[in-house]
Design a protein around this ligand. Structure first.
Ligand SMILES: Cc1cc2nc3c(=O)[nH]c(=O)nc-3n(C[C@H](O)[C@H](O)[C@H](O)COP(=O)(O)O)c2cc1C
Length: 177
């Protein structure tokens, strides 16, 4: 299976990318081909809502989303990896999600497998409620098949993350595919 991992943190070697790299290790060991796109260090502009695409056509904007669109549409599975920012996706990831608009028809027709990886500082029982809910609603609307969520509570720094048990959970998810 072709798996695309979309990272979206400004920290190249931060917590969410650490958990995502464990997922990647497991998935590769199971024989899958993994491509990483770092939306945290790419040029993806906000959707202009010009509607020239009609939700099913070319986007008027020429930026790194052209490459990412092709990567997404040629993958079997997409993993969204993000730090938790005010109980939601990082803005770097939200920019990418909003740009799905121009190919929503094609993307939702793929019934793509997806997973969510999150790193957060807090570890309250409600820390991940809203991002998990948003992700589930995205899956429902986009016809994604959710393969799993790694909701890394108490992963506020790399050292916290290393001792949290979440990298191991992500590895197991990748390995199980
Ligand atoms: C703008 C901003 C918003 C944040 N919002 C939250 C939050 O709502 N809840 C939380 O637990 N941590 C929050 N954090 C902490 C990060 O989620 C946490 O440090 C995470 O480990 C960062 O992951 P990264 O290294 O992959 O970027 C926030 C950090 C920033 C910079």
């Amino acid at each position: 299976m072709k798996i695309l991992v979309i990272e979206s943190s400004p920290h190249k070697n931060g917590s969410s990318n650490l958990i995502a790299s464990s997922f990647t290790k497991g998935a590769k060991e199971s024989g899958h081909e993994v491509t990483i796109f770092d939306a945290g260090h790419s040029k993806v502009n906000p959707c202009l809502a010009c509607d020239r695409c009609g939700m099913d056509g070319a986007c008027v904007q020429k930026d790194d989303m052209e490459k990412l669109r092709n990567l997404i549409l040629s993958s079997d599975m997409m993993v969204l990896a993000t730090p938790l920012y005010y109980f939601g996706f990082s803005s770097q990831l939200k920019l990418v999600i909003d740009r799905w608009y121009s190919f929503t028809t094609a993307l939702s027709a793929k019934h793509m497998k997806t997973a969510l990886i999150v790193a957060a500082w807090d570890s309250n029982d409600w820390t991940m409620e809203d991002i998990a809910h948003h992700y589930r609603t995205l899956c429902r609307y986009m016809n994604f098949q959710d393969i799993g969520m790694i909701l890394g509570k108490g992963c506020g720094s790399v050292s916290m993350t290393k001792n949290s048990g979440f990298p191991e959970k992500a590895y197991e998810l990748g390995r199980s595919l």
